[in-house]
Design a binder for this molecule. Structure first.
Ligand code: HEC
Length: 103
């Protein structure tokens, strides 16, 4: 095969592969933001900025996904349970959104 064509093929594959994952992540983050605005913002604050009374979800760490899932699905005291309302896919999207704003 001609070297020139080969180089274009490799470049094309790299360009096609890398933004794809990012675009997918970005889509999940945006979808998560919608779910958050609909179900969580009223308590946890606009753009995850808690006014103080509620836990600030930006404080959740990367390794706390299991705790996050349990909390969202089962609730606790004032925190409602979302089992049957939020789908597993929406839970992933919420997590992507929360992680994108972690500090
Ligand atoms: C009615 C108000 C309210 C709504 C709506 C609400 N939460 Fe909460 N949330 C709370 C309260 C209050 C707590 C603290 C509960 C406790 O610690 O006992 C909490 C705790 C949490 C925690 C645990 C935080 C930590 O660091 O311990 C997570 C995660 C969470 N909420 C996520 C969500 C998500 C995601 C949504 C939307 C699907 C949501 N919450 C909607 C009130 C709410």
């Amino acid at each position: 095969m001609n070297r020139h064509i080969l180089r274009w093929l490799i470049a094309g594959t790299l360009i096609a592969a890398s933004p794809y994952a990012t675009a997918q992540d970005q889509a999940a983050i945006e979808a998560g933001e919608k779910v958050y605005e609909e179900h969580c913002q009223s308590c946890h604050g606009e753009k995850l900025r808690s006014a103080g009374a509620m836990p600030d979800l930006r404080e959740i760490r990367q390794d706390e996904r299991p705790k996050f899932d349990t909390m969202v699905m089962n609730g606790r005291s004032q925190m409602p349970a979302w089992q049957g309302i939020i789908t597993p896919q929406e839970l992933d999207q919420l997590w992507a959104y929360v992680r994108s704003r972690a500090r």
